[in-house]
Design a protein around this ligand. Structure first.
Ligand SMILES: C[S@@+](CC[C@H](N)C(=O)[O-])C[C@H]1O[C@@H](n2cnc3c(N)ncnc32)[C@H](O)[C@@H]1O
Length: 310
């Protein structure tokens, strides 16, 4: 599967896990895809549901996608903007980056958000206690080369095309509200911040939030998938043991690269938690793959707990 990468990146982006998640999601024909922690949006954007609610507590992400939806940001507008700002970055380096960051922290312009997201260190989104973007410069004044701008413009074009074809809403909301709106035929995909990692103003996540999320999901009539981590070489996620015992848990190994060296690959067991039995869908896919003489996915049903009455 070719995964379309969205124009905004964020920490915890699930680009590498989209196919796995998509393979297990079951959305009814008339249902709505509900994503309470959209982040970059990469999962839902690649599922391409007819109807979707993409929500996040971070208003900058939501404003950016609403600007695409309203036509305020198009591929052409973004290209022109990045060419202009990219030339200034090349001429002035970090000084220009910090000028744009200051400007963004005053007026929250979505185009500045795009520029900062792509010029900052490690392409992350991090905001301080006052809600100000505080990621330092990525030290690449030549960042916005022609090919790179074209790539970003194409990513915007892809979203523009999708929002004109499908009924997709982008809303700034806390997950409690978004999950509360789900009904039986909908599908809820949750990817909350991981406790103790990526902490910033819009990403603080406590034990209490985790528990509330599981409790809300236990009560929801829609099917859901919750992404989380299961374990790494040092520890196991106790929340999975504590709260996910009532659901199906599937795991898959994933490698995170630390720095540039191939040697620094840290294995992590990623998990998805589901409130239904995904087997029928998977069996059909395996049959299709076998029919094509392909090896079945090395997908990994490490833990399987049958659900009670879902
Ligand atoms: C791990 S990221 C989601 C990544 C996304 N699945 C992707 O692949 O790009 C978690 C997101 O949850 C949002 N968030 C944090 N706390 C939230 C809350 N209480 N309600 C809604 N969204 C929240 C953050 O702003 C962040 O964008």
């Amino acid at each position: 599967m070719t995964v379309n990468v969205p124009p905004l990146k964020c920490q915890g982006i699930k680009t590498k896990l989209v196919e796995w998640i998509k393979d297990h999601a079951i959305l009814e024909k008339d249902g709505t895809w509900i994503e309470p922690f959209m982040g970059s949006g990469v999962v839902g954007f690649n599922v391409r549901p007819n109807r979707a609610v993409f929500a996040d507590a971070n208003p900058h992400i939501v404003n950016f996608y609403n600007a695409i939806k309203s036509g305020k940001i198009t591929a052409g507008i973004a290209k022109e903007f990045l060419e202009k700002e990219g030339a200034l970055l090349q001429a002035k380096g970090g000084d220009h980056y910090y000028e744009v960051r200051e400007r963004f922290n005053k007026d929250g312009s979505s185009l500045d958000m795009l520029f900062l997201n792509r010029a900052c260190f490690n392409g992350v989104m991090r905001f301080n206690k006052k809600g100000e973007f505080n990621v330092p410069f990525g030290h690449k004044p030549e960042r916005f080369a022609k090919a790179y701008i074209t790539k970003i413009a194409n990513q915007i074009k892809y979203v523009t095309q999708a929002v004109s074809q499908y009924d997709w809403q982008f809303v700034c909301a806390d997950f409690r509200k978004t999950i509360g709106s789900a009904s039986q035929n909908d599908f809820v995909y949750c990817d909350p911040p991981y406790i103790g990692r990526h902490v910033d103003y819009f990403n603080s996540w406590s034990e209490n939030d985790e528990q509330e999320l599981y409790d809300l999901l236990a009560a929801v009539s829609a099917k859901f998938i919750l992404s989380t981590w299961h374990s790494n070489q040092y520890r196991t996620n106790s929340a999975v043991e504590k709260y996910a015992y009532r659901f199906t848990v599937l795991t898959r190994e994933h490698f995170y690269h630390v720095g540039a060296s191939e040697k620094n690959r840290n294995p992590m067991l990623e998990a998805i938690v589901l409130n239904y039995n995904p087997m029928p869908k998977i069996e059909v896919q395996l049959e299709k793959q076998m029919a094509l003489f392909e090896r079945p996915h090395k997908s990994d049903y490490v833990i399987y707990t049958p659900t009670t009455d879902n």
